[in-house]
Ligand binder design. Structure first.
Ligand code: SAH
Length: 225
């Protein structure tokens, strides 16, 4: 009897985090306008349930943000896909910087798409967990830093793309300076009491901005925690 119940629980676990469940998430993202096949493929490759607490793993393939502790959230899969699409739109990308490692999920998606990912987090506890996850999944092309991401990662600049996964009051000048020509910065910005997802592309002559619409993110904070 006990044996039977155990088996049942295990099967249910496998069902909720299975490839089929992931494929259904990809169908949803496709329906909701995500077109870049590289991004959709990365979503099928990364086990999102490994980036949330076990108690939430059955909800990991819903198209929703989930809590990851420390008052932070793992972004909704649609927004991860949309931001990744926007970041990749353009030339060949070798080196990407992410600000706001959080659970590590976004960095894991990027690690399947570009040779090298740099990611900065200001909450040590989250950074440690993310580091453990990358190790467990053998994602060896992600470099992590415990710092305030407003300042970027000057010694590794320029980057082919920069993604900020928390909402800033304004575009940090340091990040613009660390963007290579043809690279894009994807960042949620507070404007008129609303958060807007902005892309800033660096050209030979300057910067071009685009507004991708309203979004909801946790705030980009200063200093370390
Ligand atoms: N990309 C993450 C999303 C995490 S939420 C994921 O895939 O799970 C945003 C993260 O940004 C939080 O972990 C928060 O601690 C971090 N953050 C906020 N301000 C920051 C700053 N100035 N520098 C670095 N990280 C920051």
């Amino acid at each position: 009897m006990i044996h039977k119940r155990k088996l049942h629980t295990e099967n249910r676990g496998i069902g909720m985090t299975s490839q089929g469940t992931r494929d259904r998430l990809v169908q949803t993202l496709r329906r909701e306008g995500i077109k870049d096949e590289r991004v959709l493929k990365a979503i099928t490759q990364v086990p999102r349930h490994k980036f949330v607490d076990e108690a939430l793993s059955s909800r990991a393939y819903e198209n929703t943000a989930l809590p990851i502790g420390q008052s932070q959230t793992i972004s909704q899969p649609w927004i991860v896909a949309r931001m990744t699409e926007a970041l990749l739109d353009g030339g060949k990308q070798q080196k990407i910087l992410e600000v706001g490692t959080g659970s590590g999920y976004q960095a894991a998606i990027l690690s399947h798409l570009v040779p090298t990912v740099f990611s900065i987090e200001r909450i040590d506890e989250l950074l440690k967990l993310a580091r453990r996850r990358f190790h467990g999944l053998r994602l060896n092309n992600i470099y992590l830093r415990y710092a305030d991401g407003h300042l970027g990662w000057p010694s590794q600049a320029p980057f082919d793309g920069i993604m900020v996964t928390a909402a800033a009051q304004a575009v940090p000048q340091e990040l613009l300076e660390q963007l290579g020509v043809d690279g894009s910065l994807v960042i949620p910005i507070e404007r008129n009491g609303q958060q807007r997802l902005i892309t800033v592309r660096r050209t030979e002559d300057g910067f071009e901005e685009n507004d991708l619409g309203a979004v909801v993110f946790v705030p980009l904070l200063s200093g370390l925690a």
